[in-house]
Design a protein around this ligand. Sequence first.
Ligand code: GAL
Length: 718
Amino acid sequence: MLGRRAREGIRRDEPGAFLPASGAVAMTAIRGDGRRAIHLGTAWYPEHWPEDRWPIDVRLMAEAGMTVVRVGEFAWSSLQPEPERWDLDWLERAIALLAENGIATVVGTPTAAPPAWLVAAQPDVLAVDASGHRVQFGNRCHYCVNSPEFHAASTRLVQAMGRRFGANAGVIGWQLDNEYNRTCYCDRCRAGFQAYLADAYGSLDALNDAWSTRYWSQTYGSWDQIPIPREARADGSQPLPAFHNPGLLLDFRRFVTASYRRFQRLQLDALRPLVPATAWVTHNFMDWYDGYDHYEMTADLDIAAWDWYVGMGRHDHLTSGAAHDLIRGLKRRNFWLMETQPGSVNWRPINTVTDRGEARAMAWHAIGHGADAVLYWQWRSAPGGQEQYHGTIVDPSGRPRPIFEEIRRLGAELASAAGILAGSEPRANAAILNSYDSRWSIGWQPHHRDFDYVGLLRQYYRPLAARNVSVDVISADAPLDGYDLVIAPALIVMTERRAAALRRYVESGGHLVLTVRSAMKDDHNALLPARQPGPLATIAGVEVDEFFPLLDPVPVLADGGVFPPGTSGFARLWAERLQVIDPATEIMACYGPSNGWLDGHPAVTLRRWGDGRVYFVGACLDEALQDLVLARVAAEAGLRPVLETPPGVEAARRSGGPEGEAIVLINHDRERALVRLPVPSWDHLAGRAVDGSIELAPYGVALLTPRDRSADRDRGTR
Ligand code: GAL
């Protein structure tokens, strides 16, 4: 081993190089450690390295304060080099080494990397892309999610791994596959889609009716006539399905969701009997990826997890905050940040490195939003493979990169924060509804090139988050009890169930915001036989008699009434002409002169229902006016900021921990910032009392709990 280290140029002063192995940590202790407050870790691919290097890496991980490592993901060809040859021993040794150093393991099932022998034996395991070509071997995620041969091989592999590692006390959890992301258009998937439709509709008459197939003579006389919506843009890059039937498109996405869910269940069914109840199973999702419905996919998993990459430039916490909240909303509980970048990625036009201190601030930001683990991708640059340039913690020479020190600091902080954050979670009184069917529907027919469902959702999120008002991003079908404010951006697919839930919510005193492109479609993506907002018109007190994609901004006048005199702004992208249908409806803003149709008509309205309210925001407002409207709406709903902070400083709260509420205060800027504190506090990261105000360095972080004299005495500060 020493010879190897000498060859790799490891110096005596390299951190961790000569640390004693911590054999004292019994493997049974690891499983208890699964409930540690916040994990720090990394993705490690031990199969890329000679085994005599492993102890150095693992000791470095321990020195950085890492408590968990994810392994196995993509290692299919190393675990099963041939159909009948298995080699699981090396992974068992890696898990044991981690455990000896006090580090728990998450095992990834490597099904995103079907090996060459499988593809050679069963070529149609490979997926077919949107232009009809079978994808080549040589990348990853190249499988057809409905291939029975792939299912069989995956089940066999997962069972073998479950049998070997399921009862291993070092293993606290499992990640299935990696970032499910491909849509396959092969003939088998087409037949599967047809069978799915037959099951969903029961009769062709029902399907023809739901899809309005008389249009362009698309009436189907047998299930096998139904196409899979396979088309490509002229450059062959992306599917352009907009000219398929809208009902067919929506059902196809549901079929893709069902296909992935079935594949995921195969793995779950193989694994669950082999792992103890304490071990959880997850998948690493990609925030706003919309290839399938994430609420369906996470229904079968124990926890949600995701991979956060900023890519180019610096992160914007108002954008990433919404993504964290989206993932927390998948299961309405804390999540794992399964991958994040240590420095840079390798796949953007300019792969900028995070500023010094920024990665630590980003980790705390994720924790503030409910992350119970932060894992960096990846530990060390592999010598070959497609991702040679990606940011890592250890460089190709085997020595820690500069960011190692920042991560080590984070590790020490997380260890000391365990007593504050254990069992805590963010709690929000405001919710933003997210709906995949609405997003898909608008995505296929945006009607304005720049209309973006997620962009609109973020326009509602940002003014609240900028004020440190906590928000849950939840499914449009989730229960709404307990929220003071619910915002439903572009909830275009309005089922009876959704309408009834929203009506009940308002009638029981909730404040609801409806926006442009609300309630226009039914569950089959067909137009409702009503004006927007369809079944919600009565509680909204308005209806839309025309909608306008905008070339140029349209003035919006909001002076008088609830806003200060002279308040104005403009609508951009989209404006809806509102007609008041109930004398109790209040007009909060009107359109100024533009195309003649909109002039003088209401743009934003309010209808009160007892304690409940329905706002209808009929335009995409400019940022300043949107901010004013949301500030007003939040104040009326009684929402309070976690803390008032200067721009660029975020305050996030986690409640229910051993010391009650804790506030994570993060300066996301390169400048120092001063934050006034309403109560004497204790900063657990600096280990000091703070009164009146706290100064945060660039990217500075504080973890605050309110202080009282007895606590001061205990800590010896007086
Ligand atoms: C993720 C993926 C990782 C790695 C990373 C690079 O999407 O899960 O395996 O490729 O991107 O940024």
